[in-house]
Design a protein around this ligand. Sequence first.
Ligand code: NAD
Length: 354
Amino acid sequence: MKKIVVIPGDGIGTEITDSAVKVLKKIDEKFKIGLEFETRDAGGTAYDKFGEPLPAETLNACKNADAVLFGAVGGNKWDNVKAELRPEKAILGLRKGLGLYANLRPVKVSDALIENSPLKPELVGGSDLVIVRELVGGIYFGDRCESEIHNGAERAWDLENYSVPEVERIATLAFETAKIRRGKLTSVDKANVLATSRLWRRTVTKLAEKYPEVELNHLYVDNCAMQLAVNPKQFDVIVTGNLFGDILSDEAAVIGGSIGLMPSASIGELTSLYEPIHGSAPDIAGKNIANPMGTILSAAMLLRYSLKEEDAAKAIENAVDKALSEGHRTADIAAPGEKVLGTDEMTEIICNLL
Ligand code: NAD
């Protein structure tokens, strides 16, 4: 059996993970993978029950699982909780506890939703890229100083460092990802200014010798930000550090037109975690109106990367594509006057298409 720990979290987390589990159960009937599910608490819900956002039992269950399916955490209810106990701390705890060193965010523009993109249809049509972001190093994890007096003025600083093994680990994953896609890798840095970027570029270039089938190019981050808006179709796989990846992956996500559609995978040393890119959406929680597709597509990534069930992953992606091309819409992606489906109805349609 393959054990999947499900962490619904807060807000719409319960509704969207319920949907994804229904889809996974349907897939299991078809592909006989042998999936077993265990639900655990994290976030504000865990804080309310246990006084902490990431109970040790949850983390241990994740460490012993084949994969983790995560909804979202957070909400206004916990605004006044001490910083170290806030729901969002569960995400950082899982990243650290599971050694989640890479975040993969695919962005694929569905023909059926091309009008939802803020960019012109002729620019975004056919875009299909993955951003591979380093997740546990760089400036977010370096030393910092909140405040000190230097030459008579108050200043603060954050230190960025990357080691060759850290860059090799993320770049290897990116080359492997490019190898099973269209064979094109863009490494993004700021090597004209930063020493860490020059080490990054040297390391990625050296590693490329092992992947002659992958075509590698390098872009400065400012140029990449511009290229994503003017010609996103040129990209297959983009690999970059923690800070640049944080910004570029949000920029790339809007190309697709709806935050509710976007999946992600955080690849770990012990196990990997799959979640939609959006948050807990407290404004629509409990109303059966959330779009479950981002979480359902995250479940497809779980099948692909953790369970190596490519056919099952493709089946889910095809069912989601078909639901969209047949015109089924949740509120976030419906045009004025279009029939709007609830979370449950959309889930049922996807299950039926499977
Ligand atoms: P959000 O992503 O939750 O919501 C932004 C907007 O998008 C809202 O209008 C929401 O209704 C809409 N939306 C999001 N997901 C949707 C879906 N599946 N279907 C339809 N509409 C959807 O971001 P926010 O409002 O800035 O944050 C809300 C809470 O979520 C905060 O507490 C924040 O800290 C937390 N958060 C958690 C994660 C995570 O768990 N990984 C990520 C981001 C934000």
